[in-house]
Design a binder for this molecule. Structure first.
Ligand code: ZN
Ligand code: ZN
Ligand code: FE
Length: 761
């Protein structure tokens, strides 16, 4: 007896080799019928023995191509037609495509083998790709995902490539970016005065330049990198000087896994993420006594490594370098350069040479950054390789919503039903170039996802450019969302949790419902609303933003609160080594309340302790003081300030003066800063734990949700999670979106949806 079924598959199933896969699977089980793309995804009609049909469906789920992501799969029985063969049919053209574009994916093993096979026609061709790999999101101009609507449109396929493209048995069947040395993109090399470098082998010449210590801007997949030899200290220093980046660590690229092992200690999860098709930068524990240039990552024990992801990276690195510095080609927080002319213009004083190619980058996409914390990979920056893969909600949003994100590490989001698309990392919106990128991203994402938003969600901070942008939009409902509530709901949403939770939300800055600056919050809430259960007792932020750049000012603020006038008698270098007038000035602006708003920020508390321990008084990049405080922890230290923690109230304002006094007492008694750092981290976690226990006793809630940039701190995260679990809490954390402000837009969408439902807008 034969059966026939209609199978409709939705998700990332176009442009990822799905139809050839279905074709081969059908042949394997001797089934007849057809497969074709339609506006919803892929449609299959399949006929054969019931047992074979089961195996076929099982295979669809289990063996689907690496880039495919099946979101839904509906099966409908049909009457058998007596088909004899299985065929790939031409696509239907629907009018509302909901099919998903794949993220950009690193070169696959098959292409890699061809790349280094001297007999292959694509030997060392730096733009080799197939249906299983290559550029996607960054080359898309509009839908449908078809060569004509990508930046490959201007390259006509040669006869051989065309044949591959049309052959359903070929690995390059319908590979839209298919190319070869005869018909595809080409490299070129220029100096920083725009002169073409004449050479028969651009790659080898570039390698030689890098080996001589030159700085080369390399056009990549989602933007330009600035590359230098990672063993050349003077070249790395020169890059820092020219880029105006004093201490923030540079990312590195090594040719393969074995080489990374020479530099870093790797867990199994870290190896898996490094080698994953997304190829993010992975933050790894560095081994000691490395020969790498010291100024790559001063002040930290970690190195950010990635493996090559484009064929160009492979031909540059393999057999040539153990490691290259590969840092985004930009100044400070400006967006990364993507166009040839743009890069040559903006970077002429930074790069000595430009390794260019002629395949346009249509979507800027930085490297993603992952850190394995608590045994799982966590995204610190969600960008290339992950975007535009959606996050799925438990309950669909009623309206299509645009979420504007926050100010720093901005990322926006768009929803359609149960699907939320987060944009790539857009960055800090405090410069005009970034703001243009922000507006362009909103427009482009709407276009390629074909989502026209029916409502807008934004942060309550009146000074955020994203908020100002939102409020300027006409004739569309707008919903303001409190920053830390968005953090809380973001972590709930990605874990598909709807119940009320105790949210421990710790970050640097967020606009509170009462108009003060929040950042050390215990909220009790869900997707609808929240209550502020407890918070770090507020201190002055002397000089506003200036205090963020100068942790020593925060130290003065906390010490003043803890010691009052006696602050001048303390034996603390950060105060003693500074002219007394400077310290007095800070005290005065606090007393007179001159530009010194109150804050419950947890990030600022870490800053203050780093300054008190004389680890860092001023910072060169965001969170530097907190990072260096974490770096110096003595992990063998097991004690903490029990008395200080028990002196604090468990609800409402959590007093920090006893904790600060304990830190200072230890320091004055000559206890080493690495021990104090450990005690401080543990005590602070215990303080929040105590408050969570109290919150549970009052509200009968067992679920704790952790969010906010502070949770990028591995030691603090691990300690708090372990203690919460020991106290029998259920804990949810971020894995799909960043715990920092890069993940806020997800929470904004879900909260806005709830509010709109209530208001019946
Ligand atoms: Zn491939
Ligand atoms: Zn060709
Ligand atoms: Fe935040």
């Amino acid at each position: 007896m034969l059966s026939r079924e209609k199978i409709t598959i939705n998700g990332i199933v176009q442009g990822v080799g799905f139809r050839p896969f279905v074709y081969n699977l059908a042949r394997k089980y001797a089934l007849a019928g057809y497969v074709r793309n339609n506006s919803a995804g892929v449609l299959i009609e399949i006929e054969g023995l019931p047992k074979s049909l089961n195996q076929f469906r099982e295979g669809l789920r289990r063996e689907s191509p690496p880039l495919a992501q099946i979101v839904s799969c509906e099966v409908e029985p049909l009457r058998p037609k007596g088909d004899r063969a299985f065929a790939i049919e031409a696509s239907e053209r629907g009018d509302s495509p909901v099919t998903l574009i794949s993220p950009d994916i690193c070169v696959c093993p098959d292409c890699l083998e061809e790349l280094f096979d001297p007999t292959d026609r694509r030997y060392r061709y730096p733009f080799i790709n197939c249906t299983n790999c290559g550029p996607r999101y960054t080359i898309v101009r509009s839908l449908p995902y078809d060569r004509l609507f990508t930046s490959m449109a201007e390259f006509d396929l040669c006869a051989t490539c065309e044949q591959e493209y049309r052959d359903s048995g070929n690995r390059r069947f319908h590979a839209q970016p298919n190319a070869c040395p005869d018909c595809g993109p080409q490299l070129s090399l220029k100096d920083n005065r725009g002169r073409q470098i004449e050479t028969s082998d651009v790659v080898q010449t570039t390698v030689a330049l890098l080996q001589e210590g030159e700085i080369v801007a390399v056009r990549g997949l989602g933007g330009f990198h600035l590359a230098v030899n990672a063993f050349d200290e003077s070249a790395v220093q020169e890059l820092r000087r020219r880029k105006g980046r004093r201490q923030k660590p540079f990312a590195l690229m090594a040719p393969d896994m074995d080489t990374v092992r020479k530099f870093c200690r790797l867990s199994e999860e870290e190896q898996a993420v490094l080698q994953s098709p997304q190829r993010p930068i992975v933050i790894l524990r560095a081994l000691s006594n490395l020969k790498l240039a010291p100024s790559i990552a001063p002040g930290t024990n970690y190195l950010g490594f990635m493996l090559p992801y484009t064929p160009l990276h492979y031909v540059l690195l393999r057999d040539n370098f153990q490691a290259l510095v590969m840092t985004s080609a930009n100044f400070a927080e400006e967006p990364i350069a993507i166009g040839n002319d743009e890069a040559e213009d903006r970077l002429k004083d930074v790069a000595d040479f430009f390794l260019l190619h002629d395949r346009e980058i249509l979507q800027r996409c930085d490297d993603s950054i992952v850190s394995c914390v608590g045994g799982a990979p966590r995204l610190f920056r969600r960008s290339r390789g992950y975007v535009p893969q959606p996050v799925f909600l438990k309950k669909p949003t009623e309206k299509r919503i645009l979420a504007c994100g926050a100010e720093l590490k901005n990322s926006i989001a768009l929803s359609r039903g149960d699907t939320v698309f987060l944009s790539q990392h857009i960055g800090d919106l405090d410069n005009p170039a970034a703001f243009t990128f922000y507006e362009n991203s909103i427009n482009h994402l709407q276009k390629i996802l074909e989502i026209k938003p029916e409502a807008i969600a934004y942060d309550l901070h009146p000074e955020y450019l994203s908020t100002k942008w939102a409020l300027e939009q006409q004739e569309i409902p707008k919903v303001g969302v409190q920053h830390h509530h968005a953090h809380l709901v973001s972590v709930l949403a990605e874990n598909q949790v709807e119940e009320r939770a105790i949210g421990i939300i710790l970050d640097g800055t967020g606009y509170g419902s009462d108009g003060t600056i929040w950042g050390g919050e215990i909220l009790i809430g869900d997707t609808c609303d929240f209550e502020r259960f407890a918070w770090l007792s507020p201190v002055a932020l002397p000089g506003g933003a200036a205090a963020i750049r100068a942790p020593w000012r925060m130290a003065v603020s906390f010490l003043k609160q803890a010691f009052g006038e006696q602050l001048h008698e303390l034996n603390i270098p950060i105060l003693k080594d500074r002219p007394a007038t400077e310290v007095q000035l800070i005290e005065q602006i606090i007393e007179k309340n001159i530009n010194s708003p109150l804050t419950s920020s947890c990030g600022r508390l870490f800053d203050a302790v780093a300054a008190i321990l004389n680890i860092r008084g001023e910072i060169n990049y965001e969170a530097q003081a907190a990072i260096e405080l974490e770096m110096c922890i003595d992990v063998s230290e097991k004690s903490w300030y029990k008395d200080a923690v028990s002196q604090s109230e468990p609800g409402e304002a959590l007093g920090l003066a006893p904790l600060i006094r304990a830190v200072v007492r230890d320091y004055e008694h000559g206890i080493s800063p690495d021990k104090i750092a450990a005690r401080f981290h543990r005590s602070l976690a215990e303080l929040f734990l105590r408050s969570a226990v109290y919150a549970r006793s009052k509200n009968q809630i067992e679920l704790v949700a952790l969010s906010g940039g502070v949770f990028q701190n591995k030691y603090f995260f691990n300690y708090l999670v372990r203690r919460l679990e020991e106290e029998k809490f259920r804990v949810v954390t971020h894995k799909l979106v960043p715990t920092n402000d890069g993940g806020i837009a997800l929470g904004q969408i879900v909260i806005a949806d709830q509010k709109l439902r209530k208001l019946k807008l």
